[in-house]
Design a protein around this ligand. Structure first.
Ligand SMILES: *Cc1c(COP(=O)(O)O)cnc(C)c1O
Length: 344
């Protein structure tokens, strides 16, 4: 049986997504843009986003976990899927070989595990200063690394969204590393890194957030369009009297009589409390301030500016990521990746 219509909608603008990939690909100069599609395409849905990216021309896809391969493999060839966390167990190696997805080798232990299984082509992550995953530059001469059949050698910038000497330092370190190994393609940039200029682009870039509408550096503003559009239904309206309170812990007290609407959106949907009081939803361009605390499944908005709103009307949730990030204490990344599973 089909479920009835949902009271909250996430629309992914596929045209804008393709536009963003093409724009980032162009900004990458001689390099080609791939796509970070981990965490279900940052919350926006693999089945919606990956075919669009593929049809726009994207050929290299990056996920974090082995468990993310199956969803990707429905749309792209496994050899074009890179798994960033690499083979942590022998089971991962077996899975890589059976599925055809390609591991990113992050340590000497992973290199030995992969070589021990005669793994074949792989990618290599070098740590040039973020200190998360990756072999150290000093480990590149190790026989286990030298024995790898490396397709993409990569490193990751810690502060590409900032003006800091760290970026040039990591670039320099990456360049020195490239002299010590054999590989087919080199890759350093995330979205923000692409804006640092073509010196940073090498052969392949790995944008994520900017594909989905994030603007991590101002240079990208003219290139990137909003991708996620979010609408929620009003599920009840009521009239408050002066002194009535709204929501848990009665944090909003009506200063005068006012119409309010209860909206089908809460923190279980990824609308966290930090996006509550002080922020607003929109109706035909009108701002409807959020009142009181965000509940798990509901928020309440002030309808004074649009008293004609009735149950079943739809409101827009501001999802221009740079603005929404500024108005909550959330990063553009968190605003997307916390989206829950109720969206349809
Ligand atoms: C997530 C990720 C990216 C994409 O980063 P954005 O800042 O979202 O563009 C690129 N490379 C690696 C290794 C990643 O983990």
């Amino acid at each position: 049986m089909l479920s009835p219509e949902r009271s909250l909608r996430l629309r992914v603008d596929q045209e804008a997504l393709a536009h963003n990939w093409r724009g980032l690909d162009t900004l990458s100069g001689m390099a080609t843009a791939g796509a970070a599609v981990k965490a279900n395409c940052y919350g926006l849905g693999v089945d919606t986003c990956v075919p669009t990216l593929r049809d726009a021309g994207c050929e290299s896809f990056f996920v974090a976990h082995w468990s993310e391969v199956v969803a990707l493999a429905a749309h792209v060839a496994p050899r074009n899927i890179a798994v960033l966390h690499g083979p942590m167990h022998d089971d991962d190696v077996a899975y890589a070989k059976a599925s055809g997805a390609v591991p990113v080798i992050n340590s000497l232990a992973q290199a030995r595990r992969w070589n021990g299984a005669a793994g074949g082509a792989c990618h290599l992550m070098i740590d040039t200063g973020i200190n998360r995953l990756g072999v150290a530059p000093s480990e590149l001469s190790d026989p286990a690394v030298q024995a790898l059949n490396i397709d993409i050698v990569m490193s990751h910038l810690s502060s590409a969204d900032e003006e800091t000497a760290t970026n040039a330092k990591q670039l320099q370190s990456f360049r020195e590393c490239l002299r010590l190994i054999n590989f087919k393609r080199a890759s350093l940039c995330n979205s923000a890194g692409i804006a640092l200029g073509r010196d940073y682009a090498f052969d392949l870039t790995r944008p994520g957030i900017a594909l989905y509408g994030g603007v991590p550096r101002h240079e990208l503003r003219g290139t990137i369009r909003q991708v996620a559009h979010v609408e929620v239904a009003v599920i009840q309206t009521r009239m408050l009297n002066k002194g009535d309170t709204v929501g848990y812990n009665a944090q909003f007290v009506a200063p005068w009589p006012m119409p309010v609407g209860t909206v089908s959106l809460g923190y279980a949907d990824g609308f966290l409390r930090s996006r509550g009081a002080g922020n607003a939803l929109l109706h035909e361009g009108m701002m409807l301030p959020i009142l009181g605390k965000v509940s798990m499944d509901m928020i309440v908005v002030d309808l004074s500016a649009a008293p004609g709103i009735i149950e079943g009307d739809w409101l827009q949730v501001p999802f221009d990521l740079p603005n929404a990030a500024q108005q909550s204490s959330l990063s553009q990344y968190e605003l997307l990746t916390v989206l829950g599973s109720r969206w349809g």
